[in-house]
Write a protein that binds this ligand. Structure first.
Ligand code: XLS
Ligand code: NI
Ligand code: NI
Length: 440
């Protein structure tokens, strides 16, 4: 048994909004039932392995600042990976999050050959299985890292080199098998470097076909191995490439339809990616439900003034309430959940900072859940929405079978002038603010 890494903390308990204990939940009460399910069931929190344990706080101007001894390059990579995993499961179980998420290369080091990388991963899977068993922590999703190694400099599925496409396919097959073996609830495909830097060296139509073929292979493999989780694409408009093909929910939906995948693949919506695409988080959730492709959420936040993927922990109850409202209206999660794809700021160098970050994120989401449930229970928002569209009630066909010309001719005769009514945006915003304020 290795020494505890987070030795100051035994577990994070719910103490209620009036508690001043910074190492306790003030809003997230896992077993509390709201709207027919526990908070834990509604929110399905996951800790992301990469930000929390595989990254040491580097930025483009400086090296790591965080205390992550297993990242020391002088260490034996497999010993270090085992120590990292012990710390990760210690953290997630002390926090009381039900899930974690990983990239293959987060949990096992890259080998000098593909076969060695596979062996490393398989060995770490045994250990991960034991940790899951012991702690009760489950896998929300696995994903393959097809972007860090230099071989992926020109993308994976969209790479101009067919050998690289085949390499990436092999890696994804292995990672899907790994995810299934650990009982993963979903499998995620984030584009990584699937996009372009300049059209001068890019055949976009060909690359899109390659990507469509790749995703079809993934779906075929899902059935071949009997994986019953969702396959999720994570939209992102840019970064690292100048233009990413999975730009936003609408672009992904169009892509899935073109390549015959709209019934097979859903989306993992990241808050910060939504804002980078020029959308609100709530917009992307609503767009996904409207298209029938909602899957899961990467919960984080950007910064109003900075246009890159900052991956802060979410702190805005209002932003999250509006997203949660769309989530609940759409029916909530099935196998998806809320993964904190979020990282500590570079100066947050105390071990407990990782708890503070997740406590803040989980409390923010719990408050948002309470506020959204209150808004729905109160019913006024839905009543007003129904009223706004009441004119369509009972209309089976939008035009009643009339053609454009007939609509024209009828209008000419009737000369009806529709009455304008207020959209009441400010009133509705006040209503949301009231519920955020009052929700307990
Ligand atoms: C990067 C993505 C990444 C995915 C997993 O911006 O958010 O972290 O969630 O590959
Ligand atoms: Ni993400
Ligand atoms: Ni991201």
């Amino acid at each position: 048994m290795t020494e505890p890494f987070f030795s100051d903390v035994d577990s994070i308990a719910y103490e209620g909004p009036d508690s001043d204990n910074p190492l306790a939940f003030h809003w997230y009460d896992a077993d509390r039932v709201v709207a027919g399910a526990t908070m834990a069931e509604h929110l399905r929190f996951a800790v992301s392995y990469w930000h929390s344990f595989s990254s040491e706080g580097i930025d483009i101007f400086g090296t790591g600042t965080l205390d992550r001894p297993w990242l020391d390059p002088a260490r034996d990579p497999m010993d270090a990976a085992k120590e990292k995993m012990a710390a990760a499961f210690e953290f997630v179980s002390k926090l009381g999050a039900p899930f974690y998420c990983f990239h293959d290369r987060d949990i096992a080091p890259e080998g000098s050959t593909f076969a060695e990388s596979c062996r490393n991963l398989d060995e770490m899977l045994d250990l991960a299985g034991e940790h899951q068993e012991r702690t009760g922590v489950g896998l929300l999703w696995g994903t393959a890292n097809l972007f860090s190694h230099p071989r992926f400099q020109a993308g994976a599925a969209t790479n101009p080199d067919p050998d690289l496409f085949r390499y990436a396919a092999a890696q994804v097959a292995h990672c899907m098998n790994a995810t299934k073996r650990l009982g993963g609830a979903n499998y995620v495909l984030w584009g990584g470097r699937e996009g372009y830097e300049t059209l001068l060296n890019t055949d976009m139509a060909r690359e899109l076909d390659q990507l469509g073929r790749f995703f079809n292979l993934v779906v075929e493999h899902k059935y071949a191995i009997g994986f019953d989780g969702l396959i999720l694409i994570e939209p992102k408009p840019f970064e690292p490439t100048k233009h990413q093909y999975d730009y936003d929910v609408a672009a992904v939906h169009a892509f899935l339809q073109k390549y015959g995948l709209a019934d097979e693949v859903k989306v993992n919506i990241e808050v910060n990616h939504a804002t980078l695409a020029g959308h609100d988080f709530a917009h992307e959730i609503a767009a996904a439900f409207a298209a029938g492709i909602f899957g899961s959420v990467d919960a984080n936040a950007g910064d109003d003034r900075l246009g890159w993927d900052l991956d802060r922990f979410p702190v805005s109850v209002e932003q999250m309430t509006l997203g949660m409202l769309e989530l609940l209206r759409g029916g909530g999660f099935t196998s998806g959940g809320m993964n904190f794809d979020a990282k500590l700021r570079r100066q947050s160098i105390d071990r407990n900072d990782l708890f503070h970050a997740h406590i803040g994120g989980m409390d923010t989401m719990a408050r948002a859940l309470l506020a959204a449930v209150a808004i729905i229970d109160d019913g006024e928002l839905d009543r007003r929405l129904a009223e706004r569209y009441a004119g369509w009630d009972g209309a089976d066909d939008i035009t009643g079978g009339a053609s454009l010309q007939q609509l024209h001719d009828t209008q000419l005769v009737s000369d009806a002038d529709p009455t304008r009514v207020s959209g009441r945006q400010e009133l509705l915003e006040n209503l949301v603010a009231k519920h955020i304020e009052r929700a307990r």
